[in-house]
Design a protein around this ligand. Structure first.
Ligand SMILES: *Cc1c(COP(=O)(O)O)cnc(C)c1O
Length: 331
């Protein structure tokens, strides 16, 4: 990847003439079956731009209550777009059709205008769960019938593809716009992309500029993303395999309860018993022993497997987890 970056042909992408960025944007549009795509510095910016292209101030977005866009992006939809959110509490990231039916507000001056449905696949706080394909079909069909726009936060869509064999374009066809990420599971240093219809992506380029996302010799970064698309998608299966291996091992460690959801991708949620101490304390002791697993709630931790983690590393991590659970209780 570093060699590909060093060899990248570049131009000034603010002027629209960086050939490597063009190649990346065309490639992403093709993979997702969309007319166009725009390269952006982060997933947060990609999602924010999507909200901007779909909504005006006074509009409302429906999303799942544990969604990344609702929890981890500073409420950019409100701060920057003047958009309200209607969160719907799902189960491990999955909402049902009957939970959204009836949520579209009447056309009446008392109400915000319901405008956008956003789904996340795979779902981060849902433990890396893949949205069931028929559910995505039915929710997005409902949205279209209700005159709502649709956006997919597909930061982890590559994982959904590898876990199911359902192509990124097949998932993406149900949405107006799709965000994908090169810097999480795919291991590039920087970058995401927003894909969709040509006119919306032209709008998105204007929003990217005002948000400070115009980049010049960005071909260096686009080359990393292209390398990741070529070499790091199919190998996500190893990450999924390693997460399952971790789950199996954790089942034998005291004070630890793995969440009762299938480990479908590269995320594993587990709880540490109060009798041991807090998740933050457990995380801190693990870190002292060289294992990085963040706490995401008072008793909950979230482990992620990725391209720098081998099966042997998982076994080493399990040995550390077992040691810390048994020997460091209450410390
Ligand atoms: C990480 C993530 C984002 C945000 O991406 P950044 O590049 O960190 O801004 C958005 N959505 C999901 C589902 C993510 O996991």
């Amino acid at each position: 990847m570093r060699a590909a970056m060093a060899a990248a042909e570049v131009g000034d992408d603010v002027l629209g003439d960086d050939p490597t960025v063009h190649r990346l944007e065309e490639r992403v549009a093709e993979i997702l079956g969309k007319e166009a795509a725009v390269f952006v510095p982060s997933g947060t910016m990609s999602n924010l731009i999507a909200v901007r292209v779909h909504c005006r101030p006074g509009d409302e977005m429906i999303c799942e209550a544990d969604a990344h866009i609702y929890n981890y992006e500073q409420g950019g939809y409100a701060q920057i777009c003047g958009v309200a959110v209607r969160p719907v509490q799902g189960e491990w990231g999955l909402i049902r059709l009957d939970q959204v039916e009836g949520l579209v507000r009447p056309n009446n001056a008392h109400f915000v205008r319901t405008r956008l449905l956003t789904l996340e696949n795979t779902h981060n706080r849902g433990g890396g769960r893949v949205q069931p394909y028929p559910l995505v079909e039915s929710l997005t069909a409902w949205a279209r019938q209700s005159n709502l726009r649709t956006h997919l936060d597909g930061a982890r869509l590559w994982n959904a593809y590898v876990a199911t064999g359902i192509s990124p374009a097949t998932w993406a066809q149900h949405f107006d716009t799709v965000n994908v990420c090169f810097s999480k599971g795919l291991g590039a240093p920087v970058g995401s992309a927003l894909a969709g219809p040509r006119d919306l992506i032209a709008e998105a380029r204007r929003h990217r500029k005002v948000l400070g996302g115009g980049m010049r010799q960005a071909g260096i970064l686009a080359a990393a993303a292209l390398y990741a698309l070529d070499h790091h998608i199919e190998r996500l299966a190893e990450d999924h395999h390693n997460a399952k291996r971790l789950a199996e091992g954790l089942a034998h460690i005291p004070f630890v309860t793995v969440m009762p959801i299938p480990v479908e991708t590269n995320i594993l949620l587990f709880d540490i018993d109060r009798a041991w101490g807090s998740a933050a304390a457990f995380s801190a002791v693990l870190k002292e022993h060289g294992v990085l697993i963040n706490a995401t709630a008072p008793q909950r931790l979230r482990a992620v497997t990725h391209l720098d983690v081998t099966a042997a590393d998982v076994d080493k991590a399990l040995a550390v987890l077992d040691h810390v659970a048994r020997e460091h209780r209450g410390k």
